[in-house]
Write a protein of this length. Structure first.
Length: 255
């Protein structure tokens, strides 16, 4: 099944995660398709930008797929997951022209990391973003901690990560995580406004701007975040939190 839709409109690549029934959660298949999509279009010299969003109006990406990730309890399985997720988000970061995250709803956990991997973020009025990894007994592991530090600064990033709270659109804007907040029901218009200056520039100019403002991440930073993530992921504290959430979700479905 195809979980990621891609189309080009007026020199902009529009990428949509199509898993609304599952709140656009990031399964292994979704992550692989995101990686392949951004890599496939990276050589298109006509593009001036990309927009990444989720299907529906409830979630941009409500974290990783808890039920699928439940099987990743051994180090080899956790490493496979972490490498795939890191590669997918790196494909977004390395896309040669600016990528705009259009947050049509909640971006939580891995979804928050995906939004942070983009260059600009436009929030729907009802959208929220939550680096809630700490409440799950894990750390950021797909590069999101480093991205958050780059966006809001180290001190603010530390506070956001420790709090593990869901920030509404206005709070995200105040923190520097949102570049624009749409009026109610006008996310498309807000995204169009952000794209307007991109469409006024030449592709080669935008590639140059992206190259100097978003250089590749330092290898030691990448490996440090990755290794800490694995340590936390495999710890009993994480699996206790994970099992409690899965049990809670199961109880809600039975009601």
């Amino acid at each position: 099944m195809n979980f990621v839709d891609a189309r080009i409109v007026d020199r902009v690549l529009f990428v949509t995660i199509r898993r609304a029934a599952k709140l656009n959660t990031l399964s292994m298949a979704v992550l692989a398709e995101l990686r392949d999509t951004f890599e496939r279009y990276s050589d298109d010299a006509s593009l001036v930008g990309a927009v990444l969003t989720g299907e529906g109006d409830r979630a941009f990406a409500a974290g990783g797929d808890l039920h699928e990730f439940d099987a990743a309890r051994t180090r080899p399985a956790a490493e496979k997951l972490a490498r795939l997720a890191t590669d997918a988000l790196e494909a977004v970061r390395r896309f040669p022209v600016p990528v705009v995250a259009a947050l049509n709803g909640a971006a939580l956990g891995g979804g928050a990391e995906l939004a942070a991997a983009c260059d600009l973020r436009v929030f729907a009025a009802h959208a929220r973003i939550g680096f809630i990894q700490g409440s799950l007994g894990i750390s950021t592991g797909w590069g999101g901690g480093d991205d958050l530090r780059r966006i809001v600064g180290g001190h603010a990033a530390l506070r956001i990560l420790i709090a593990a709270q869901k920030l509404d659109a206005q709070a995200a804007f105040a923190a520097g995580l949102a570049d624009a907040v749409a009026e109610e029901g006008k996310l498309d218009e807000a995204v169009t406004a952000v794209l307007s200056p991109l469409r006024a520039r030449s592709p080669q100019v935008l590639r140059a701007f992206k190259a100097v403002t978003r250089p590749p991440r330092e290898k030691d930073v990448v490996e440090r975040e990755y290794n800490h993530f694995l340590e936390c992921w495999l710890h009993d504290d994480h699996w206790k939190a994970h099992d409690a959430i899965v049990a809670s979700l199961g109880a809600k479905r039975q009601k």
